[in-house]
Design a protein around this ligand. Structure first.
Ligand code: HEM
Length: 165
C-alpha cells in the first residue's frame, strides 16, 4: 500500500509539473482556471471545489497517458492463447506495456505531443474500460487507490498552480 501509493502519485505530480513547465500555453491555461475558480469563491484551493477544475483534470489525464507511473503491468496467463502469432502458454508471465500503448499512434493523434484538450473529444478514461489508456491497469487487479490518487494529485497540483508562478 505504501510503495504502491506514495511513489506513484509523486511521480505523476513531478511529470505534470515537468510537462507544464515545458508547455507554457498549457501552464497558463491551467493556472488561470485554478485562480479563477478559487478567487471567484473567495478561498484558497480546498478539496470541495476540485470538480470545477475541468482543465486541470485533462492535464492530469494527459500526464498519465504519456507518463504512466507503472510503465509495465504484469499478468500471468491462465489459458493458452495466441497473440499476434505468438503462442502464450499457461503460467507465462506477460508484461503489458502501458507506456507504449499510451503513445501508440494507432490510437492517439500526434501521440508524443502534450495536448490535454485531446480528451475533450476522446471518450477514453482511465477507469479500466478503455484499453488504449490504462495508467491504473484494468480488470480485477486494477489499482484500488485510483480515486484517492486522483484527488491527491488534483489537490496538490491546484495548490502549487494557485500559489506559485
Ligand atoms: C497516480 C497514482 C497511481 C498510479 C498511476 C497507480 C497505478 C497502479 C497500477 C498500474 C497498478 C496495477 C494494476 C493492474 O495490475 O491492473 C496498481 C496497483 C495497485 N495500486 Fe496503484 N496507482 C496509483 C496510486 C495508488 C494509491 C494512492 C494507492 C493506495 C493508497 C495504490 C494502491 C495500489 C495497490 C494496493 C495495488 C495492487 C492491487 C492488486 O494487485 O490487487 N495505488 N496501481
Amino acid at each position: 500500500m505504501f510503495s504502491g501509493g506514495g511513489d506513484t502519485s509523486s511521480t505523476a505530480l513531478e511529470w505534470a509539473m515537468s510537462e507544464l513547465i515545458k508547455n507554457p500555453r498549457v501552464m497558463e491555461k491551467a493556472q488561470k482556471e485554478v485562480r479563477q475558480v478559487f478567487d471567484d469563491i473567495g478561498t484558497v484551493p480546498d478539496e470541495t471545489n476540485l470538480q470545477d477544475l475541468k482543465f486541470l483534470k485533462l492535464v492530469i489525464k494527459e500526464t498519465l497517458r504519456l507518463h504512466p507511473s507503472l510503465a509495465v503491468i504484469p499478468r500471468e496467463c491462465r489459458k493458452r492463447c495466441e497473440v499476434h502469432g505468438y503462442d502464450i502458454d499457461v503460467k507465462s508471465r506477460v508484461l503489458i506495456n502501458a507506456w507504449a500503448i499510451g503513445r501508440d499512434p494507432i490510437y492517439w493523434n500526434e501521440a508524443e505531443k502534450f495536448y490535454p484538450e485531446r480528451f475533450i473529444d476522446v471518450s477514453a478514461d482511465f477507469k479500466g474500460s478503455s484499453f488504449e489508456f490504462i495508467p491504473f491497469g484494468a480488470g480485477k487487479r486494477m489499482c484500488p487507490g485510483m480515486s484517492f490518487a486522483i484527488a491527491n494529485i488534483e489537490f496538490t497540483l491546484a495548490q502549487m498552480l494557485y500559489h506559485f508562478d
